[in-house]
Design a protein. Structure first.
Ligand SMILES: NC(=O)c1ccc[n+]([C@@H]2O[C@H](COP(=O)([O-])OP(=O)(O)OC[C@H]3O[C@@H](n4cnc5c(N)ncnc54)[C@H](OP(=O)(O)O)[C@@H]3O)[C@@H](O)[C@H]2O)c1
Length: 328
């Protein structure tokens, strides 16, 4: 297959692979299996033989066509961002070797992850943790990097800070609780009654059952509030922030953009996390996982052919931790 130069970014005209594609935006039924050309890595990319794929709410947003401005209307589109697998081909400038086990997140808005192979910029991937298998590693990149960026880079969480995490039992939340603890914070986590024990086990110092306690009525004040579930807004929770506190939201909307802009020079800031995959972050996460400080909570896995069921499950918004697809 390498009659073609490795650095040319295109699809291989002869080799095929199995992928899940959408040919129009819509419900879970638009996801279908197809045989498509296998990508060829550019100079900076590696070709990954994908073993497991992480499912994220972003996949569902893309599938529904909610970000068509970014994802366009040139079908078929392969969606999906989180992958774990082995490098089977490397571009001349890529610093990962053939045979290495890798995990990471594809930064393109639509992704290209729901497939047997993905050509990915090497700096969006990292060496996979060695203490967990690839099924578990595929659950990490998007959610854990979101938590790390929101808390460390946007929220400036540091030793001794008081941190509130709303939506602590979902894909991002389970990492956020643990990462806030690793950064030295005192963590108050918010979830439903059925997840209190899980969130406590992950290290939360206080757990609030949102079915019993209204967040807005809390007496405590926080250095950072990470609204992972995103059902509040800055104005609703501002009174819970300390004078220099930061509120970090996850869902792009006109409202949050306005809040970000109008608090830009204020002491109390509103921010929107926009996750990007970076080697340095994946390496940091690998170290935390391999040293036993960061646990991955896997809710369930589905075979790739049952991807529509995996999406239906995610759409219940009741996942405990992460959901993955197995490329069987
Ligand atoms: N901007 C970015 O870069 C970025 C990156 C990643 C994710 N996100 C967004 O962040 C959000 C969360 O992502 P995720 O992967 O964590 O989602 P998820 O795994 O689907 O979240 C499911 C969790 O939400 C909890 N939940 C449901 N209703 C709740 C409520 N009223 N209050 C608090 N928690 C509630 C559930 O816990 P209970 O069953 O205990 O209620 C469940 O554990 C999504 O909207 C996603 O699109 C944005």
């Amino acid at each position: 297959m390498s009659a073609l130069p490795q650095y040319r970014k295109h699809l291989h005209p002869h080799e095929k692979m199995r992928a899940i594609v959408i040919e129009k935006y819509g419900g879970p039924d638009v996801l279908r299996e197809a045989s498509v050309p296998r990508p060829v890595p550019t100079r900076d990319q590696v070709l990954v033989r994908t073993r497991f794929i992480g499912v994220n709410p972003k996949d569902i947003i893309v599938r529904k066509g909610k970000f068509q401005v970014a994802t366009g209307r040139r079908f078929p589109i392969i969606i999906g961002h989180d992958i774990a697998g082995e490098v089977v081909e490397a571009g001349v400038d890529a610093d990962l070797a053939v045979g290495e086990a890798v995990y990471g997140m594809i930064n393109d808005f639509a992704g290209r992850g729901y497939a047997e192979y993905a050509a990915v910029d090497a700096d969006q991937l990292g060496r996979a943790p060695t203490s967990i298998d690839l099924r578990v590693a595929a659950a990490v990149p998007l959610a854990a990097q979101t938590a790390l960026q929101a808390l460390r880079d946007d929220g400036h969480v540091a030793q001794g800070h008081e941190v509130l995490i709303n939506g602590a039992s979902g894909g991002v939340g389970v990492f956020a609780v643990q990462i806030a603890k690793i950064l030295g914070a005192n963590v108050t986590a918010v979830c439903s009654h059925r997840n209190i024990e899980l969130v406590r086990e992950l290290g939360a110092d206080q757990v609030i059952d949102y079915g019993k306690t209204e967040l807005v009525s809390l007496d405590q004040r926080f250095d950072a509030i990470f609204d992972v579930f995103g059902n509040y807004r800055f104005d609703k929770l501002k009174h819970l922030l300390k004078p220099h506190g930061t509120y970090v939201h996850t869902i792009p909307s006109a409202r949050i953009f306005k809040d970000v802009a109008r608090t830009f020079v204020r002491k109390q800031r509103a921010k929107l996390v926009i996750v990007r995959s970076r080697r340095s972050q994946l390496d940091w996460l690998r170290q935390q996982i391999d040293s036993g400080r960061l646990r991955v909570v896997l809710d369930r896995s589905f075979p790739l052919r049952d991807v529509a069921d995996a999406h239906r499950y995610m759409e219940t918004k009741r996942a405990r931790g992460k959901v993955v697809l197995e490329v069987d």
